[in-house]
Design a protein around this ligand. Structure first.
Ligand SMILES: NC(=O)c1ccc[n+]([C@@H]2O[C@H](COP(=O)([O-])OP(=O)(O)OC[C@H]3O[C@@H](n4cnc5c(N)ncnc54)[C@H](O)[C@@H]3O)[C@@H](O)[C@H]2O)c1
Length: 337
């Protein structure tokens, strides 16, 4: 059994707990939160701590720590966990600054521990099918891709904790919500060469952007269009990812990008498309992404390999978002290299 601990017993920790409890080969051993009231939400059978380093020093049995604290603290806690020679699963965004993400890669490498970043949307059934089509070359020459997230996060959402919507600890709609879609875009389309963007804080009282629009050019020459907002009235309207190429068009959509809307390929048939749409409709969410990430870490340790979503993968969307924000601020086209 691989023993897991969680640091940060807030909203997302609940998904980690569920995932660890369901995952084969994983055992939930301890939970740490600096706020002892939050520890009351932890399952009764686990050990509870208010200091991360003490938890790791006192419990050599812990193999992996899931970092579920506000995003601006990810790098600091990664350092503590890596120096205690434990493997790390860190929530998205990996960090809010490029130098933090680079430092995190260094902490993991220097201490010989594995570092995985939580990008659970990669494991959605429709997205995995899309990735298979991309890997098979079914799109032919790529034209462009589109990532749209039209969601609602009202003022009460931002007001529930002091760190939310801040530059130092959270970031805006790009770092917090759209990062999942940008991760998918980068994973499927490859690295971005340049970006031009605008961003604004329109409706929420926060330090960061609540709406952003960007156009990118990928290194392969294809274009990408990104629209991200948490301002949409009155509730989440759409999250979608579309890819267009010479011999294929696909769009995964819905309120969360889980359903196949368009699926047309020169090397496919209408029957296959209909069958896929029905198959996905019957089970749009599949096994929870967090469970995939936990089970993958168990296997990565047992097989001594890298996790599926590596620290380098986590750094890529952070770098892209920082370039989008820089373009929005300066009005200039930003090159990522
Ligand atoms: N993958 C996803 O889909 C997803 C979804 C939601 C949130 N997240 C990410 O998870 C992270 C946490 O978000 P949340 O919504 O759970 O936040 P939250 O505010 O609900 O919980 C954070 C917890 O961390 C604790 N904490 C703060 N500093 C600490 C420290 N130094 N040591 C130990 N505990 C500390 C707080 O007391 C709090 O209980 C963020 O990075 C967020 O972006 C990811």
């Amino acid at each position: 059994m691989i023993n897991f601990a969680i640091v940060g017993m807030g909203h997302i920790a609940k998904k980690h707990i569920e995932a660890i409890e369901k995952a084969e080969g994983a055992n939930l051993y301890a939970i740490c939160d600096t706020n002892s009231d939050q520890l009351e939400l932890a399952p009764s059978h686990v050990k509870k701590y208010t200091d991360l380093e003490n938890m790791l020093i006192e419990n050599k049995e812990i193999d992996v720590v899931c970092i579920c604290v506000p995003s601006g603290l990810h790098a600091k806690l990664t350092k503590i966990v890596a120096e205690q020679k434990r493997h790390i699963i860190v929530e998205k965004p990996m960090s809010l600054k490029l130098e933090d993400a680079e430092a995190m890669l260094g902490f993991a490498n220097e201490n010989g521990v594995k570092l995985a970043v939580v990008h659970p949307n990669r494991f959605r059934p429709a997205i995995m099918k899309l990735q298979e089509r991309m890997a098979a070359g079914s799109f032919g020459m790529l034209s462009h891709a589109n990532a749209t997230i039209r969601w609602n996060r009202n003022q009460a959402y931002y007001d529930q904790a002091a760190w939310r919507g801040t530059k130092e600890f959270d970031g805006g709609v790009l770092m917090n919500q759209a990062i999942h879609d940008l991760d998918l875009m980068l994973w499927l389309m490859g690295p971005v060469e340049s970006v031009q963007a605008m961003a604004a804080t329109r409706l929420r009282k926060i330090e960061t952007e609540d709406v952003a629009a960007a156009v990118v050019q990928f290194e392969n020459g294809a274009l990408g269009i990104i629209e991200a907002a948490t301002t949409v009235y009155p509730k989440n309207l759409e999250e979608s990812l579309a890819i267009f190429g010479e011999t294929g068009s696909a769009k995964i959509s819905g309120r969360t990008a889980n359903f196949v809307e368009t699926w047309d390929f020169e090397d496919g048939t209408e029957e296959e498309t209909e069958q896929l749409k029905q198959e996905i409709k019957a089970d749009p969410f599949g096994k929870p992404g967090h469970q995939w990430i936990i089970e993958d870490m168990v296997q990565a340790i047992n097989e001594d390999r890298q996790p599926i979503v590596t620290g380098e993968d986590g750094l890529a969307p952070v770098k892209l978002i920082l370039a989008i924000l820089e373009s929005a601020e300066t009005g200039k086209k930003i090159f990522l290299k």
